[in-house]
Write a protein that binds this ligand. Structure first.
Ligand SMILES: Cc1cc2nc3c(=O)[nH]c(=O)nc-3n(C[C@H](O)[C@H](O)[C@H](O)COP(=O)(O)OP(=O)(O)OC[C@H]3O[C@@H](n4cnc5c(N)ncnc54)[C@H](O)[C@@H]3O)c2cc1C
Length: 385
């Protein structure tokens, strides 16, 4: 059944746009580790990346279900939204916690596509999932912070004008709680002195434009701090449910792509004189993946609907992300196995999507951390870390 919140018109329009960027396009970008600029430009021109920005700032003013539909459709059509999904939601920190002046300065330009805010620097080599252990430090002198330290896995830093940076402004041992003393800064990388900011691409298993970023006394005006000093961790937690819901939508899109490819191939490929899909050993893993995808999709709808009603659906957003990432992986596995040797051939795009969808069990949050959240917050068990 199609619900209004499924946004069928948006899905159709996104699918038409994606048809101009077929498998060959994504394969070439993957092979060359190149940024899919033409695709991102087309999405920007069509206004999709401004979906969540309120109309008063020049965006489309749509809800999270519309953004989820856009991202799901990109993935369902065989593409990958990771090159630009953060342009949709990173601005949420400015929208929710920025001053009026910051909103006026940044949001209209982001909505127009003239300003890119799609780099989010949180993870550090030594902090890992323990975000509050990060050590990148912003030392304040008058109206300026001097930032020193290192981030890792800062995706799209080289394709962004601004970076949302989480840095310590009070050393951990001096903070009342470990979640205190972190601040959120908007770093204008265009204005940065190259001796103070360097970005190094990291080659990875998938084409993700991810980088290491080094800060050496980088000057950031205090006016670029989002919200109050020391409250940055709370601000990023606020945005995590939206991010998890949107990533879950991408996983559902991947799962649908794998399931469609697997069922088609299973119906057409004839071995031993009959379609391989006539064998239950081939059918069942695909049907199983479909069942997992549909149940994850229900959880995603629940999380999105609660979010749009103004709730803070931590449990549902986490479950949707975990179940959808598991469903897309199961679908990828079934699709690869169904294709036999051809699943390994680049031209089928299966091995590329297989690598791409694997990421979601690790980033932006790994499955174990979601299970810890559920154990603690939904089941009331003791905190394990
Ligand atoms: C391609 C890519 C893009 C990324 N983009 C960004 C980005 O743009 N910005 C950004 O800030 N970060 C980004 N990340 C980082 C990502 O969010 C982290 O990799 C992820 O949060 C896991 O952290 P870690 O890699 O340090 O793993 P670790 O924290 O070292 O964990 C390693 C393993 O141990 C498990 N583990 C750790 N602690 C526990 C525990 N207490 N209980 C049970 N299991 C535990 C984890 O689940 C995981 O399986 C990206 C990562 C990748 C790979």
């Amino acid at each position: 059944m199609t619900l209004a919140t499924d946004h069928p018109e948006i899905r159709d329009a996104v699918a038409r746009l994606c048809a101009d960027f077929p498998g060959e396009y994504w394969r070439a970008k993957d092979r060359d580790s190149a940024y899919p600029k033409e695709f991102v430009d087309a999405l920007t021109r069509a206004g999709y990346l401004a979906a969540l920005i309120p109309q008063v700032y020049g965006g489309a003013g749509l809800g999270l279900s519309a953004a989820a539909a856009i991202l799901e459709e990109i993935h369902r059509s065989g593409g990958n939204a990771s090159a630009c999904h953060a342009q949709m939601y990173t601005m949420g920190a400015v929208l929710r916690h920025g001053s009026d002046e910051q909103k006026q300065r940044y949001l209209p330009a982001i909505a127009q596509g003239d300003l890119r805010l799609q780099a989010f620097g949180v993870t550090e080599p030594d902090s890992g999932s323990d975000t509050t252990a990060l050590t990148t430090f912003a030392r304040r002198e008058g109206d300026t912070y001097f930032v020193s330290g290192q981030k890792i896995w800062t995706s799209r830093a080289a394709q962004s004008d601004l970076m949302l940076l989480l840095a310590r402004t009070t050393p951990r041992h001096e903070a009342m709680k470990r979640t205190d003393g972190l601040s959120l800064l908007l770093v204008d990388m265009r204005a940065a002195n190259p001796a103070s900011l360097s970005i190094r691409p990291l080659r990875t298993m998938l084409n993700h434009s991810t980088t290491e970023v080094f800060f050496d006394n980088l000057e950031v005006p205090v006016a670029n701090r989002i919200g109050e000093e020391g409250h940055g961790f709370r601000y990023i937690l606020c945005g995590m449910n939206a991010e998890r819901i949107l990533i879950a939508a991408e996983c559902i899109g991947d799962a649908k792509w794998f399931i469609a490819a697997a069922s088609k191939y299973a119906s057409e490929r004839v071995v031993f004189g009959r379609p391989i899909g006539q064998n239950q050993g081939v059918q069942f893993p695909i049907a199983q993946a479909y069942a997992r995808m549909r149940s994850a999709e229900l959880m995603l709808r629940e999380a999105t609907s609660l979010y749009e009603q103004g709730e803070n659906p931590g449990e549902e957003a986490n479950l949707a992300k975990m179940l959808a990432a598991e469903a897309s992986w199961a679908a990828g596995e079934a699709c690869l196995q169904t294709h036999g040797g051809f699943g390994f051939a680049n031209e089928y795009d299966i091995e590329r999507k297989f690598r791409e969808t694997r990421l979601y069990q690790v980033a932006p949050v790994s499955t174990n951390l979601i299970l810890s959240y559920i154990a603690e917050h939904a089941l009331g068990m003791p905190r394990s870390y």
